[in-house]
Ligand binder design. Structure first.
Ligand code: ATP
Length: 314
């Protein structure tokens, strides 16, 4: 009995009905999330979607208005320091002590962790070609990002949470950094990153969440996402004529009409639906292909997605 119990692996992050009300806006409107260990999870969302707010709650820097969450089996609202000891965190604007040197900030942060931290940090700094005696205030934006990353991973955390981690990194460093994230996940560690860079997300993530106006409207493995969304273009004789709705399980995320062409982003499109549309009076032609992540992102965040549809796609 014990064997079965011990073999259950808990999600490394869970969130249930998280809300965050600020004076002038609702940054989170009921976020539910569950992330398994060994995942590279990418959270995509437009500016102001609520990504940083969610990350600040998960890392214990912000208490939610309601709802609950657990990170590495701890509650960040009750034990923020415990959570921050377990994880590595890179914020979108890393706060580093400007008056310290790179070496001093490594030594200072090492005092919170075990002996291996200092060596890992030094190795990482050498790899990034940063001089240990350089003052933090004299570093370029990209060099600061490299120091922040080195500090975040030097204690080899089970979970690494990053808000826009690659902004400021040059393409070469960005690529090797992203590859190192895949390596981390391969050894069972978990990576959570918020990003606007769709091409980057496509390269590293195995699960993608799309956030829109304080809700996560879609979460799926990237492989499933690639298979389940289609872009459909229908040539019609009369653009004013309405077409019958697609039957279940199809979900239309967005629909645009331009001249005599209708363009739809559809989830769970089936071959028989294509055949039925082709036979619909007034339809001249229909073409379809797998939608790109960018098209799915734009469809989810274009504002045309109703609450009902958002929940249906989650
Ligand atoms: N401390 C705060 N006080 C009031 N409003 C806030 C505060 N922090 C965030 N907000 C608001 O909450 C909403 C979500 O902000 P958040 O920073 O979480 O978005 P984001 O998805 O990270 O955006 P971006 O991609 O631009 O970084 C925004 O409307 C923002 O103005």
């Amino acid at each position: 009995m014990n064997t079965v119990k011990n073999s259950v692996i808990n999600p490394v992050i869970t969130a249930e009905s998280l809300t965050m009300h600020f004076r002038r806006c609702d940054a989170l409107r009921g976020v539910d999330l569950s992330i398994e260990p060994g995942t590279v999870f990418a959270l995509l969302g437009e500016n102001g979607a609520g990504k940083t707010t969610l990350i600040r709650i998960l890392t214990g820097y912000q208490k939610p208005s309601s709802g609950s969450c657990r990170v590495c089996d701890l509650d960040p609202t009750r034990d923020p320091l415990g959570v921050r000891r377990q994880i590595g965190y890179v914020s979108d604007s890393p706060a580093l002590y400007d008056w310290m040197t790179v070496s001093q900030i490594g030594g200072f942060t090492a005092s919170f962790y075990d002996d291996a931290f200092r060596n890992h940090f030094n190795d990482s700094i050498v790899k990034y070609e940063i001089r240990p005696d350089q003052k933090i205030r004299s570093l370029s934006k990209g060099q600061r990002a490299k120091v922040a990353l080195s500090l975040a991973v030097a204690h080899d955390p089970a979970l690494l949470i990053m808000d826009e981690p690659t902004s400021g990194l040059d393409p070469k460093v960005r690529r090797s950094f992203l590859e190192s994230m895949i390596d981390r996940a391969a050894t069972g560690r978990t990576v959570f990153l918020a990003s606007h860079q769709i091409s980057e997300v496509e390269r590293v993530a195995d699960t993608v969440g799309i956030m829109h106006q304080g809700r996560i409207c879609f979460v799926a493995p990237l492989s499933e996402l690639r298979e389940s969304f289609s872009e459909v273009v229908i040539d019609v004789e009369d653009p004013l004529r309405t077409m019958p709705p697609l039957p279940s399980p199809a979900v239309v995320l967005s629909e645009e009409t331009e001249g005599r062409q209708r363009e739809l982003i559809v989830r769970h499109l089936k071959p028989e639906m294509i055949a039925a549309i082709r036979e619909t009076p007034g339809v001249i032609d229909i073409r379809h292909r797998v939608a790109t992540l960018e098209e799915v992102f734009i469809a989810c965040t274009s504002g045309s997605l109703s609450t009902d549809t958002a929940e249906a796609t989650a």
